[in-house]
Design a protein around this ligand. Sequence first.
Ligand code: ATP
Length: 297
Amino acid sequence: MDKLELKALGKINLGLDVLGKRQNGYHDVRMVMQTVYLYDQVRIEKAKEPGIHLSSNLFYLPVNENNLAYRAADLLMKECGIKEGVKITLEKHIPVAAGMAGGSSNAAAVLFGMNRMFALGLSQEELMALGVTLGADVPYCILRGTVLAEGIGERLTPLPAMPKCYVLLAKPPISVSTKTVYEKLDSHAIEEHPNIDGIIEGLRRQNLDQVAASMGNVLERVTVEEYPVIEEIKAVMRGEGALNAMMSGSGPTVFGLYDDKRKARKAAFRIKEQGLARQTYVTSIHNARRKANAKHY
Ligand code: ATP
């Protein structure tokens, strides 16, 4: 196998709570993660020249060790003593610095793909243990599906699959640094914690309305303070029939859940018409977990 094409899927947070802060600066979180069918295409090829040769369709993305995909390849090559070269091509579609774990998902795809391509024989658990050294969301991006993430985001418990629905994603034209949002959160007293248990209960009952009604993100207040457009997008999504709408991760991407694709499309149209966001995507949730021997990744 000299060439492999993978889909690196994005995620949304159905719930995001922060429980405290560790001495090393990391926050203890409790999040319900959900994979969505918006993905970056990751191509991995064996190269004649040794080393890592990374390229992407976005001119502003680093193609060196500052790129998580590069770091994932470097890590595996060092850990497993790979001497051959590798060429990685990223076709980015997941909005960047947007709260959808695009970079983490690229890193997960590279770990998973190179493990197969070079027949390294690492188990999923081993890949996840390597992944967490690159970023707290990487193990989740290896696993995928509907998952409760605790600790710094690396302690994962699979949950019953999210009931089927449509997801409208809207990314306003601003970039948000996850680090800064968490830093600002520290100065806020968290008055209200999201109902993570309510989401889990809704998933157990396969009750989409209950899941939607229980959604909450403790980081939302911090980001909205600076970027009120997030609230405006949520209002349009709800006005057009979303079961609920919320910011994903540290933002600024906002998502709305819909039981009808036409409503989601209409809301996307309204958001663009009002100039709130140019990047909008109507997609669906994606529940399949990664399988080691699958034909599609
Ligand atoms: P999270 O949801 O985990 O907070 P995010 O969506 O906020 O992730 P990313 O899109 O992963 O953020 O990227 C954040 C930063 O990381 C960007 O500013 C970018 O320069 C850098 N980065 C490094 N590698 C990648 C990559 N492969 N794809 C996108 N961004 C990358």
